[in-house]
Design a protein around this ligand. Structure first.
Ligand code: PLP
Length: 370
């Protein structure tokens, strides 16, 4: 949760551009980028920005200039990244349920495929023999801020399983495929350092040189957590980074070559840097509730409705008003269209501008036209 975007500036932005309005602090995005780049003391760390978190072209260009690569999950994302200045070599294409049409399109773009399913791998090998690719494994760890964004473990659809290694070997050998990277993504908003480390250990167990002699990188995926609530502690990533580096150094020693270590943060780079500014249109008292009705709704910021996520809200127009309990709602004809329920906020009046914080990741990009 970031409070550096100053109140006057935000109010001025709301006045100039109108609401609802997403506002971003680019310095904070760059600061978070540098943090992830340096928290693990390993000389060959690379960052692929998971652009699904926010594919605003300005943010993409900012991170491209800073030296990031891209984790793209659709051909549309890959094309947008190319348009924003990333080269094909900087893009990892981690698709799910890939159709043959998408496969051919992405291949023509020149991006590196990250595949996690045997039949798709087989098809890829048949169509594009002797290609480089990356393989995604199930980290065998369940972690993440809610069940919907946990992508590891027995019930997950993602990743190859360690018991499929012989099949992987057979398919890659048959088609002369070169596995240049191995990948995991465990979930979003992981706070437990031990789970990161266990997931990495599990991937490194699979990464032996006899099976994968051509490795250039190991990709730990995304999932770095940010605080959403006031007073919530930040994860001490430098402490985690030291552990990661120690494990990775030992692995590279065994493997016989120093590999690149990749991270794919989405949320960590952009969440705190973004705010959604909304205007209150009505304040309506019913028998049980007071609704602050805004000019926005879940088509702009769906995380509270979809995940029960907490987003801190500030009444920019009346920061010192008396605290009262509000349901802050949108203008959609569904009772679930709430940004916050029973939230204590300084008195809200029609016309007030509210800042919904931590709206930089999985808000704009998960938006719709409903
Ligand atoms: N990498 C992959 C493959 C993902 O699916 C995701 C998120 O869903 C990410 C990276 C980014 O995760 P986060 O935004 O939690 O860092």
């Amino acid at each position: 949760m970031d409070v550096r975007l100053n109140r006057e500036l935000l109010l001025e932005a709301a006045r100039s551009f109108g609401t609802p309005l997403f506002v971003y602090d680019q310095d904070l995005i760059l600061e978070r980028y540098r943090e992830v780049l340096t928290f693990t003391p390993w000389p060959k760390v690379k960052i692929l920005y998971a652009m699904k978190a926010n594919y605003n072209p300005e943010i993409l260009r900012l991170l491209q200039n800073a030296g990031a690569g891209i984790d793209a999950v659709s051909t549309a994302e890959a094309i947008l990244a190319l348009k924003c200045g990333f080269s094909a070599e900087q893009i990892l294409f981690t698709a799910n349920n890939l159709t043959e049409r998408e496969m051919r399109l992405a291949y023509a773009l020149g991006v590196l495929f990250n595949l996690d399913e045997i039949a798709t791998l087989r098809r890829f090998g048949e169509i594009f023999p002797e290609s480089d690719l990356c393989l995604r494994f199930n980290p065998e760890v369940v972690a993440g801020e809610n069940a919907k964004v946990q992508t590891g473990g027995e019930f997950s659809k993602f990743g190859l399983l360690s018991e499929q290694i012989s099949e992987v070997r057979e398919v890659t050998a048959r088609h002369g495929l070169r596995v240049v990277g191995l990948h995991i993504h465990t979930g979003s908003g992981i706070k437990e350092k031990s789970k990161f480390l266990l997931a990495l250990d599990n991937l490194l167990k699979v990464a032996d040189r006899a099976t994968f002699p051509d490795l250039r990188f190991i990709d730990c995926g995304g999932g770095l957590a940010v605080p959403y609530r006031p007073g919530e502690e930040r994860v001490d990533y430098p402490v985690l980074g030291k552990e990661i580096a120690a494990r990775f150094a030992a692995f590279c020693n065994r493997y016989g070559r120093d590999l690149d270590l990749l991270f794919e943060p989405g949320k960590y780079l952009t969440a705190e840097a973004g705010s959604l500014l909304v205007q209150v249109v009505t304040v309506k008292r019913t028998r049980r509730k007071t609704f602050a009705g805004t000019d926005s709704g879940f088509p702009h910021l769906i995380r509270p409705v979809l995940y029960g996520a907490y987003h801190h809200i500030v009444n920019l127009s009346n920061p010192d008003g008396d605290l009262q309990s509000y349901d802050v709602c949108g203008n959609i004809c569904e009772s679930g269209d709430l940004f916050a329920s029973d939230r204590l906020l300084p008195e809200i009046r029609p016309g007030d501008i509210l800042q919904i914080q931590n709206a930089g990741a999985y808000c704009y990009s998960m938006g719709g036209l409903y």
